[in-house]
Design a protein around this ligand. Structure first.
Ligand SMILES: Cc1cc2nc3c(=O)[nH]c(=O)nc-3n(C[C@H](O)[C@H](O)[C@H](O)COP(=O)(O)OP(=O)(O)OC[C@H]3O[C@@H](n4cnc5c(N)ncnc54)[C@H](O)[C@@H]3O)c2cc1C
Length: 394
């Protein structure tokens, strides 16, 4: 059997899961190459704990890419610039590479610059450094109006802004800040975690209300004025003292420049195989041996909504794609594809989280349940951080 090369674009949650699984499935003559521009992997789940001070600094929740543990995963430290999906040729700032298989796992890009004033005014919860700066700002907070501002949808981890609001409320309450203070959340969404169905949305709204967190759905920010400390939603103007930002997201430039995105703004893929769709109506795919997984993709569900952007989905898709590539190389029948199952832990503060889980591929729409918050689920959420030990030497 001739040696094959699998090129994985992006060494985030989905890319590293793919690499790890492939390496365990393939014999050593086959190459597994991860093209990643950053020299550290950061686990963004832990940003919320950076914000609260439960994790000290960015170093604690990130690892150098040079410390990848599993032998035989090659890291190409490069910026992927252009992909020809027909020939599977990748152009990077360090030259050209060709893969027998290509897995696009570039995630979604943050675009705080797309709303005037957003970048200057907000603490960026979605970046490790921003979350660490937010930790300091919350320590110094002596009263006033804290706003969690969602800059656009879709965004990664549909629960994260809600968790940020409830964790902040819990944190400030525990500090017994003397002056008046309040926490509120403004988002363009109509309901929290709408894709999970109305019962989950209502449960989350009730959790916010119980904690006195103001909830303002259907508020699409148009600009932020850093001098007057005001957020503008068209004609509606809202003051703030401390602004926690979830920036707007967009597809990475490579996906756009390579002509792979559709009207969803992301790469449309087949729900089970993660191959790129040619026709979303018939689910006909194109570009044999090219896959896309995780936040860079759009997966249309049976209720016409899109699969949320979350690490658990990137991970499940990565496992499915690794299995498919390994089977193809070995000339074996293809294993089952991705099944659409997912879960999350919604933190509500006071050391508690609510566990939510379900089948997102169910008909006529996702079947998702959300348990009552409890300390065990908060503890269980820390399991995510084991990825750092699984993939990296300390
Ligand atoms: C605050 C917060 C909390 C979250 N909590 C949860 C949670 O509890 N549960 C959950 O399931 N998910 C959670 N998520 C979401 C989760 O982090 C993402 O959905 C997940 O990381 C997506 O994986 P991915 O591989 O698609 O993209 P990413 O992990 O974003 O990886 C993409 C990688 O591609 C690299 N890249 C991009 N462009 C290029 C280029 N041109 N060249 C080379 N490299 C490039 C990037 O540097 C990055 O390393 C959370 C996210 C945030 C921000």
């Amino acid at each position: 059997m001739s040696s094959k090369t699998v090129l994985i674009l992006g060494g985030g949650w989905g890319g590293l899961t793919t690499a790890h699984h492939l390496r365990s499935l393939l014999s050593p003559e086959h190459r597994v190459v991860v093209v990643e521009r950053n020299d550290r992997f950061s686990l963004h789940v832990s940003n919320l704990w950076l914000m609260t001070g439960e994790r000290k600094d960015p170093e604690q929740v990130s690892r150098p890419m040079t410390n990848l543990k599993r032998e035989g995963i090659e890291w190409a430290h490069a910026q992927a610039q252009q992909l020809d999906p027909e020939s599977r040729t990748l152009v990077t700032d360090h030259g050209q590479m060709i893969g027998d298989y290509v897995v696009i796992a570039l995630g979604a890009e943050l675009a705080p610059d797309s709303v005037p004033g957003f970048e200057e005014a907000t603490y960026n919860l979605y970046e490790t450094e921003g979350a660490a700066r937010l930790q300091e700002a919350l320590k110094d907070f002596a009263g006033g109006k804290i706003v969690v501002l969602v800059g656009g949808a879709p965004f990664r981890c549909p629960a994260a802004p809600y968790e940020a609001a409830m964790l902040t409320e819990s944190l400030i309450r525990s500090r017994e800040v003397q002056d008046d203070w309040e926490v509120s959340l403004y988002t363009p969404e109509a309901h929290p975690m709408a894709v999970a169905g109305p019962a989950v949305g209502e449960a989350l709204e009730a959790m916010l209300a119980e904690r006195g967190v103001g909830y303002f759905p259907e508020h699409a920010v148009t600009s932020v004025d850093v001098d007057s400390h005001t957020i503008h939603f068209g004609d509606t103007v809202v003051p703030y003292d401390l602004l926690i930002g979830v920036p707007p997201h967009r597809a990475p430039k490579l996906a756009i420049d390579s002509g792979l995105v559709d009207e969803t703004g992301y790469i449309p893929v087949h729900p089970q195989t993660l191959k790129i769709l040619k026709d979303p109506n018939t689910l006909e795919t194109q570009f044999p041996n090219v896959y896309a997984i995780g936040d860079v993709t759009s997966v249309r569900l049976l209720n016409s909504m899109l699969l949320p952007k979350a690490g658990v989905f990137a991970e499940g898709q990565a496992q499915a794609v690794a299995g498919a590539i390994a089977a193809d190389i070995a000339g074996q029948p293809l294993p089952h594809g991705f099944d659409g199952d997912g879960f999350c832990y919604v933190e509500v503060g006071d050391g508690m989280a609510a566990y939510g889980a379900g089948d997102f591929y169910a008909f006529p729409g996702p079947r998702v349940t959300l348990d009552m918050p409890n300390p065990q689920s908060r503890k269980a959420k820390e399991e995510y951080e084991r990825l750092l030990d699984l993939w990296f030497e300390n």
